[in-house]
Design a protein around this ligand. Structure first.
Ligand code: FES
Length: 653
């Protein structure tokens, strides 16, 4: 061909185009991801590219300075007004003049892949439900009397090939002013989920907006509420934060909250109000942290267990407290944020709630399945998500089973004497020297161990405030390894253990991890009560996993994925020493961080993932722990550390 050759990097896509073709057009035709919000009008600046000059032996082309058009007036105007990085051009204005290599910088790539997972190397392509479009709308005309909304719809059809649109009253009341103020140019945020026929106008700006749009992925747990704020264009996480669930004052675990609703007229509404208020506060806080305005949050995805699900929705959870544990609905839900009184984020923000698996196995378990993909695994994988309620999945490509188990809040640092949420200052790592019985530890917000130089500086910045969930798991396991605890979980006296860190407390003993009382700081101990709380929690978790293994007809699993709520990854070795999980080769036990939160992010980023999880949930086999008599037997046997009867051969290695 005699037409100039255009090569895009980093994609390597190439093709011949007639001289005079805009780079954006060439990119479109080759399927190169080059962003544009204004549709090539030289307004949005999203289409920036970098032409490369010189020798390109790798690509077999020599690029001359005149291979691309000169600056045009649109680019000049843009450059004068806002500045363009040196060497950058607007892809919609620059045209092909000769053979050329064009680099698309990361900010200009639309479908940037966002959710990367170290274990599986998985990437998720951005395909969110909400996008921005710049559009120029015809002015009203005496001879052709149509409404502003209809002319906006027509413009979107012509300029963006968008089908029909809808807008509710909140948008309609502003539409006329916004269009006129922008001299008939506007940027609209359109939302269309896999369930919608039409695009919904969720926000509109006069002219071309510089605002970015964001989504929240919220893991609404019984004890903590964790949120990620994500850029809806490229999936980047701008801020992550968590708060305690204020419903704790109505009951520490799910069943006590259901009882509260049963015993107190209006109690369910009280809890609904509490959690919605907390989410509004969290929205405010995360927007401030990211330096954005809350109205830029146009979408929210929730994952939660069934009781939290109903309480968020304002549905009385009493049916979930008794067999047969019927949900009001197990389907996924698409709602307006304002239906849930979430009025800090944009008033038109759209909410998606993942489907629940069953009355005891919620949307959080669905999110874990979406993130960890047991349904795609060749080998038999056990996935446990440790929270106040543990979500447990067991399966492979053939079949996936799911249950949940009431572990209580101990793994999240609640019900523990020095326990706290994972936050700066919380002890998250502990080692105990088996000879001297002396501990060393590390707190969140620092990477210095307590016995290293410079720890004073850490104390000055973050302080030592308590122990978080992963910290208490390590503490108990290390105490067992160091002989401070017997297999039944009893803490030995100072004489029995040979350390003055074991101090009497009533008829039991406590182990002192940190005594900051000299400086007025906290005294952090592990008490016999703490050990009991952890034993109950881990027995419930183990019993749930065993039940699924019974159902699957297996005694061992090939690998284990340990996921946990917000904060540090759980130490797989310590989890096994404690007997939280069945025996498996240690190198086959991995830690996945907050898998439910990751699942929520995936559903926020990619519409296809929503379709996928709705299908997977229908195929999962539910196992009900509460009515299964074997559960109690498994629970009792799992009370010992690591276990009364089941062997742990891998641990002995
Ligand atoms: Fe908007 Fe080029 S596409 S400035």
């Amino acid at each position: 061909s005699t037409e100039p050759l255009v090569i895009f990097t980093p994609s390597g896509k190439r093709g011949h185009f007639p001289a005079g073709t805009p780079i954006l057009t060439a990119a479109r035709q080759l399927g190169v991801d080059l962003d544009s919000v204004c549709g090539g009008r030289g307004i949005c600046s999203k289409c920036q590219i970098t032409p490369s000059f010189g020798e390109f032996s790798k690509h077999g082309v020599t690029v001359q300075e005149d291979a691309i058009s000169e600056w045009n007036s649109v680019e000049q105007r843009y450059k004068d007004k806002r500045g363009l990085i040196d060497g950058r051009r607007l892809g919609c204005q620059a045209t092909v003049q000769g053979d050329i290599v064009i680099d698309v910088p990361p900010e200009s790539q639309v479908h940037r892949q966002v959710v990367r997972k170290a274990a599986s190397d998985r990437t998720i392509t951005m395909d969110p439900a909400t996008h921005l479009y710049y559009v120029e709308v015809d002015e009203p005309d005496m001879h052709e009397p149509t409404g502003d909304l209809e002319r906006l719809e027509r413009a979107l059809q012509e300029q963006w090939e968008i089908g029909s649109i809808t807008a509710d009253l909140k948008i309609l009341t502003r539409l006329q002013t916004v269009l006129r103020k922008g001299k008939w140019a506007a940027t609209v945020a359109l939302h269309k989920s896999h369930k919608d026929e039409a695009h919904k106008v969720v926000e509109i700006w006069s002219g071309m907006t510089e605002d970015r749009i964001y989504g929240l992925a919220i893991d609404l747990g019984s004890t903590t509420i964790a949120a990620h704020l994500c850029d809806l264009r490229n999936g980047e996480v701008k801020a992550s934060t968590g708060v305690m669930n204020p419903q704790i004052r109505f009951g520490e675990d799910l069943m006590s909250r259901v009882s509260y609703a049963m015993m107190n007229p209006g109690g369910d509404q009280e809890m609904t109000n509490a959690v919605r208020t907390a989410i509004n506060g969290l929205t405010e806080a995360i927007a401030t942290e990211a330096g954005i305005r809350p109205f830029q949050i146009l979408e929210t995805v929730f994952v939660c267990n069934p009781v939290m699900h109903h309480l968020l929705l304002g549905i009385d959870p009493v049916e979930l407290g008794q067999a047969p544990f019927a949900l009001a609905t197990s389907e996924s839900l698409a709602l307006n944020a304002r239906d849930l009184d979430l009025n800090v984020m944009n008033e038109n923000a759209q909410v998606y709630i993942l489907p629940c698996i069953a009355g005891h196995v919620g949307a959080d378990a669905a999110a874990v399945a979406l993130s960890e993909e047991p349904d795609k695994s060749e080998d038999l994988v056990l996935v446990v998500d440790v929270g106040t309620n543990a979500e447990i999945l067991l399966g492979n490509k053939e079949r996936v089973l799911a249950c949940s188990s009431p572990t209580g809040p101990a793994f999240e640092g609640a019900q523990i004497s020095s326990g706290q949420r994972a936050a700066p200052g919380a002890i998250e790592r502990i080692e105990i020297n088996p000879e001297t019985k002396e501990p060393r530890f590390r707190v969140i917000g620092s990477d210095i161990w307590s016995d290293e130089d410079g720890f004073d500086a850490v104390i000055a910045t973050t302080g030592i405030t308590g122990i978080c969930g992963s910290g208490i798991i390590e503490a108990v396991a290390e105490m067992r390894i160091a002989g401070l605890l017997d297999p039944k979980g009893l803490i030995g006296s100072a004489e029995q253990t040979g350390t003055s860190r074991s101090i009497p407390e009533g008829r039991t003993h406590s182990y002192v991890i940190h005594d900051g009382s000299a400086e007025g700081g906290p005294v952090i101990t592990v008490t016999q009560g703490d050990i009991r709380a952890i034993q109950l929690a881990k027995s419930a978790l183990y019993a749930g996993a065993r039940l699924l293994m019974d159902e699957m007809g297996v005694d061992t699993v090939d690998r284990v994925v340990l996921a946990g709520a917000f904060g540090a990854h759980i130490s797989t070795k310590h989890a096994m020493v404690l007997g939280m999980i069945p025996d498996a080769p240690l190198d086959k036990v991995t830690s996945a961080g907050n898998a439910a939160g990751t699942g929520a992010r995936i559903a926020l980023s990619n519409l296809g993932a929503r379709v996928e999880i709705e299908r997977i949930v229908r195929e999962i086999t539910k196992v009900e722990t509460a009515i299964e008599p074997k559960f109690q037997e498994h629970f009792v046997n799992a009370n010992a550390i690591p276990h009364a009867t089941d062997p742990f051969p891998e641990l002995a290695k």
